[in-house]
Design a protein around this ligand. Sequence first.
Ligand code: UDP
Length: 290
Amino acid sequence: MKPLEQSTSRNRQYLAFRRAVLTSQARQIVGEPSTSSVIEFLRLPLQRLPQPETVKVLLDRCLRRSANRIYFVNAHTVVMSRKEPALEETLNRGDLLLPDGSGVLWSSRLLGKPIKFNLNGTDLIPALCKAGAPKGLSVYLLGAKPSVADDVAQSLTQTHPGLTIAGIQHGYFEEQDLEAVLDDIRQAKPHVVLVAMGVPLQEFWIDQHAKHLPGITLIGVGGLFDFLAQRVVRAPYPVRRLGLEWCWRLMMEPSRLGHRYTVGIVAFIYIVLQDSLFAFKRKQNIATQQ
Ligand code: UDP
């Protein structure tokens, strides 16, 4: 085997091994008996727990200070992860991957591994804050434009009395300020840092710096701060119920999200069809071998 082929095949073996470990870790933490709460979805190990159980798992991990890298996976993340293998590897090194958005839910049905629960950050993080406030949860807000996180802090502490905002830092600091930002987080000793820098920047940031922030859970939350600070208006509840929040977002920010929700959706459908065809062929090969 050529060296490059050898390293690719080793990478694949490593990723398969990580998926198996993640599956068993999640089972132990959640206390699930035989049926796993994790499924392999488009090469990523996704949780499929209802929201209340997921909040419990998250809160428990934050309060126990077992360091974690937690990511949300939506259609855009999948497309990006296929374009950038480094992102796919980063996601696979994560400790908990949560399904986000109707694209993931619909395609999971098509792939025969239905995920029922949409664990998007816009609902899950406020639920985490609500559950954590009486238990003394402390949160550090990192990301978005200056002043956005200040508004988020105000809104979260008003809505969830008891919640501690351990620190705030916008997401546009210079590379030379990185050490100061890491020091600030270490000194603040939050249970959790919400990293709102968008995909894939936040995933790479978390993966790179988790080891420098021991005992702190890091969660990539994308555009969450813009929603919580009401810089971006969320879709009305009936639109969300229909799984059409993405249409709403496209209408709200057509120039920024136009490419993602047109070319991106086509790319996502292509990936899903390609993977389902591959899975079908694999099944047929197994059947003919038996
Ligand atoms: N952002 C940031 N630093 C950067 C680039 C982006 O803090 O260098 C913030 C941006 O202000 C926005 C968020 O990251 O609040 C990205 O939002 P988006 O809706 O694009 O997130 P995604 O869809 O990737 O989850």
